[in-house]
Ligand binder design. Structure first.
Ligand SMILES: [Zn+2]
Length: 208
């Protein structure tokens, strides 16, 4: 009897688990937490470090990258705004929804927005104000959380044709970063109400 043979496994049998492993191996090929170039931040889960590693290596499957690899798409335009092609830089920084979200995040932290962000400079916890070591680590965690929610929102739009409003995205970023960070500094309590109104002040309190 005729049957299908899956050439990517040694025994010819297809399993979704094996496919998932192969995709992970392909996407994460070259990833190593011990590599000095890999950005690390103990305040967030490892999956977020991996996400940022993929961003810095330009390994997120935005439409312009898929198109370059010969994948046939209906459109290479940004699924969120439709104003430009969907490159990583456009999606993360220059899409109008992303710019609105970054603007809110900067305002939340009382920072001036950086308008000429590039992927290689971003995500390092730097800003135009002197931050303490802890503040800088937390700010980096916020930058990463913000980028990951922009990506999640984009995927929601692509796969379910729904997306969050900017205020909802902002609330998700504040909630998730609070959850991640407060779980990792368990012995020192982070106050949610101070966190959302003045994050640096909430961090100053936990040093006491
Ligand atoms: Zn856009």
């Amino acid at each position: 009897m005729d049957s299908w043979n899956w050439s990517l496994s040694s025994n010819g049998n297809f399993t979704t688990k094996k496919l998932s492993t192969l995709i992970d191996e392909k996407i994460l090929s070259g990833y190593s937490r011990t590599n000095s170039e890999t950005l690390k931040n103990y305040l967030v889960p490892n999956k977020l470090e991996i996400f940022i590693w993929r961003v810095l290596k330009r390994r997120l499957p935005v439409r312009i990258e898929l198109d370059k690899r010969g994948i046939d798409l209906d459109s290479v335009r940004c699924p969120i705004c439709d104003d430009d092609v969907e490159s990583l830089d456009h999606l993360l920084f220059f899409c109008r929804v992303s710019m609105d979200v970054w603007d809110k995040v900067y305002k939340w932290w009382g920072l001036d927005a950086v308008t000429n962000l590039s992927i290689s400079e971003a995500f390092r916890g730097k800003c135009n104000r002197n931050l303490s070591h802890l503040e800088s680590l937390v700010w980096q965690a916020i930058e990463w959380t913000c980028a990951s929610f922009i990506w999640r929102n984009r995927n929601q739009k692509v796969f379910t044709n729904s997306c969050w409003s900017v205020p909802v995205l902002m609330m998700e970023i504040q909630l998730k970063s609070f959850e991640w960070i407060s779980n990792r500094i368990k012995d020192r309590k982070l106050d949610w109400l101070i966190w959302i109104s003045d994050p640096c002040s909430s961090l100053a309190r936990i040093r006491v």
